[in-house]
Design a protein around this ligand. Structure first.
Ligand code: NDP
Length: 502
């Protein structure tokens, strides 16, 4: 346990309470009871008792309540975005964009859960026509959700909203950097669903998350770094608890020779520097076709140099939320410069805690930390490539595979399909994240499983298959009472049905 100080942004436990502070000013935002493993277990027990009631409400009952929750969030948007700004440091405008996406996801999940997960008849095979077949997706029970601080609403709600719509109850462990935002979201839910603790929160540091993994939840949805994701998986493996892992990224943007350069510049600056670059699907690497490289770089530097950094109302981005991350950003810039890279904008002087100003690095070797590791700061590496195909090769060399972007007038979708990642935006950046109809998640070190969309609903449900006899079997394969003659007929039927190559 650490003792109480008010170093900006550094959460502490003081007398059994988690103290959250503003990352720029150190202003205390709130105090939250730090949950012990016994507290976490008790929250999960309560959620389990609530699960039968929530599940029995059915799709219509849950839809109505989830839509009321989404309305409560929408109607108090100003309060929410002010809190996001104060506790996480993000400008209010960016908090509005984040919250809007989260609210849209709740509405979509509420309205589509029945069509995606509800009971349906499915066709039976010709070999077993005497049975009818039914499929439905049932809730797991209690889902544990562990969230990060960088998108403290959009990211956890991507799991919470879909898990609730699927009929689960949820115990949510917000990041130690953003407990007040987590509490605010849960309180709004409790106002519209006061009957039972369908959605509850437990507060604390990493140990609280570890306790949630071991608490007997029926599924654990984790969003955070790859390193912590591995610990979460190891803890969940002890009880064979299924895991959804939404982890880090090192997303690339490809700028083809025929790209709309102004559009590509705007997307690279926003995609790379929104939220001070603290975005799992933020653009960190840009690969630009030789023919347009110089023009792109010049416009990129001009645009990024105009960004305003600070806590003021007109700032484009704010502080680095987690003070420890500043060392990583500094190390990546220093390593890039030591290894022959140049700062076309910013550089080591741009690191002015708690802020980092826009930094654009060029001529950085492909094995430098700034190209290989997640930087999580307002930095971009920009690399000249002969053509977009080489860009795809380099983009795919990462061990991460979360999102990405392609700018091309003629080959956008074709290039997007070649990127080894879960999502790609064509002629935009990060546009997939707020799209409720599309699944969100990565490959490789970026994790597995999906939030959002129909796949995001299925992620929080278990398929239940039912077959029912509807007539006598002509060929009773599944019985010791079958005769040798019937077995011969089954063999003949297999050859008839499946014996042709096409
Ligand atoms: P961390 O991995 O540090 O923490 C994530 C969550 O896990 C926090 O709530 C944290 O608690 C908790 N935690 C820490 N240790 C443990 C443990 N041993 N067992 C269980 N839970 C634990 O990530 P950050 O919060 O720093 O978030 C940034 C990372 O998240 C980046 O890598 C980013 O790319 C990734 N991310 C991925 C997204 C995606 O959708 N793929 C979206 C957003 C972010 P505490 O904070 O209290 O330590």
């Amino acid at each position: 346990m650490v003792t109480a100080t008010h170093t900006p942004g550094v959460p502490v436990i003081d007398d059994g309470r988690l103290v959250s502070t503003n990352p720029a000013t150190g202003e205390e935002i709130g105090r939250f009871p730090a949950a012990t493993p016994a507290d976490v277990a008790a929250a999960v027990r309560r959620a389990r008792q609530a699960a039968a009631w929530w599940s029995a409400l059915g799709f219509a009952g849950r839809r109505e309540r989830l839509l009321r929750w989404r309305a409560a969030l929408a109607n108090r948007l100003d309060e929410l975005t002010d809190l996001i700004h104060r506790e996480g440091g993000k400008p209010v405008a960016e908090a509005v964009v984040e919250s809007a996406g989260a609210i849209d996801h709740i509405a979509w999940a509420a309205k589509h859960a029945r069509s995606v997960l509800g009971p349906r008849r499915v066709r039976s095979s010709l070999m077993q026509l005497e049975y009818s077949s039914r499929l439905e997706y049932l809730p797991f029970g209690v889902v544990g959700v562990i969230g990060p601080w960088n998108y403290p609403v959009l990211t956890p709600v991507g799991s919470i909203g879909y898990a609730l719509a699927a009929g689960n109850t949820v115990v949510f462990k917000p990041s130690e950097y953003t407990p007040a935002i987590g509490q605010w979201i849960v309180e709004r839910f409790a106002e519209v669903v006061p009957e039972h603790p369908v959605l509850s929160a437990v507060y604390g540091i990493g140990e609280t998350g570890a306790a949630l993994c071991r608490s007997g939840v029926d599924k654990l949805a984790f969003t955070g770094s790859t390193a912590t994701g591995k610990k979460v998986m190891a803890a969940c493996a002890e009880t064979l608890t299924p895991v959804l892992a939404e982890c880090g990224g090192k997303d690339a943007m490809i700028v083809d020779a025929d790209a709309d350069l102004d559009g590509a510049v705007a997307a690279a600056v926003w995609g790379g520097m929104t939220n001070a670059g603290q975005t799992c699907v933020g653009i960190e690497r840009v690969y630009v076709a030789d023919r347009v490289y110089d023009a792109f770089l010049q416009r990129l530097v001009e645009r990024a140099a105009r960004l305003r950094v600070g806590m003021e109302d007109d700032a484009d981005f704010g502080p680095i939320t987690m003070p420890g991350q500043i060392d990583t950003i500094r190390r990546h810039i220093a390593d890039a410069l030591d290894r022959g890279g140049k700062a076309a904008l910013g550089g080591l002087d741009a690191v002015q805690p708690p802020y980092v100003r826009p930094t654009i690095l060029v001529d950085v070797p492909e094995d430098a930390a700034a190209v290989v590791e997640e930087t999580f700061g307002p930095t971009l590496t920009v690399t000249r490539v002969p053509d977009a195909d080489e860009a795809v090769r380099l983009a795919n060399a990462s061990r991460y595979g979360l999102g990405g972007a392609v700018f091309s007038r003629t080959r956008g979708v074709a290039l997007a399909r070649q990127l080894r990642s879960g999502m790609t935006s064509v002629n935009s950046a990060i546009s997939f994240a707020g799209m409720p109809t599309l699944p969100f998640g990565g490959v490789g070190d970026s994790g597995f499983g999906r939030i959002h969309g129909a796949d995001g609903l299925r992620e929080f449900a278990r398929p239940k298959a039912i077959t029912k006899r509807r007539m006598r079997s002509l060929l009773p394969a599944l019985s010791f009472d079958r005769t040798p003659k019937q077995v011969a007929q089954i063999a003949k039927a297999v050859k008839l049905l499946h014996g042709r190559p096409r």
